[in-house]
Design a protein around this ligand. Sequence first.
Ligand code: ADP
Ligand code: MG
Length: 230
Amino acid sequence: MKEEIIQAEKMKVVSEIAASVAHEVRNPLTSVRGFIQLMSDPALSDRKRQQFSSITLEELDRAESIISDYLSLAKPQIESLEPIALGEALTKASQILSSYANLQNVEIVTDMNHSATIYGSKSKFRQAIINIGKNAIEAMPGGGILTIAYTVNESNQTVVITITDTGIGMNEEQLNRLGAPYYTTKDKGTGLGTMVIFSVIRGMNGKVEVSSKLGIGTTYFITLPLTQQS
Ligand code: ADP
Ligand code: MG
């Protein structure tokens, strides 16, 4: 119960921070603009030019991270809610994650051999899965295994998606802070990815549970209602 109240509190801020996220993207852009202006000075030393150029790239990367963790949700597109073939959607998400996984020596193992249909926005759902997978991959700096699977529960018409990593894991305090906007333990983290996960799954009448053990790994359990195929 207490957990639910905390979750609700975390969700309430999602809409409130949309504006602050836009601001977070605008900041690096403003600074990039300034540095490009400085770099046009012909008298600038090579050392300074190098320095400005690397700051510029870092700032652009930062804007890119914020956009990829969050802003695709804020696209002013007409939201289409539709039946989503779960196996297909998860396969697509894992394909998108595969090059990032390769880069970090992470193997993706999937088990998608059940027929299940859920309901919602395909793009938001995909973003939520990608955000979970991205965090999982980032939790395995020395490589590891990312497992994506789901089980259908006919009796209560739900599906449980499990996404497991063999990464660094989280302690109790980290688990409790998960989903709070701007909470990050990474140098270049945005602290927006998990917030988006919770908000999307909740919007689909689902729930997210996370279990984690330091040094062993983390599993996300996502429970969603099944829908009739149409
Ligand atoms: P970011 O990835 O930019 O830090 P997120 O909101 O995606 O922001 O994640 C917030 C924090 O939650 C991460 O910085 C990390 O500490 C923790 N976290 C999320 N997923 C995992 C995971 N699978 N394993 C370990 N820590 C995780
Ligand atoms: Mg993240």
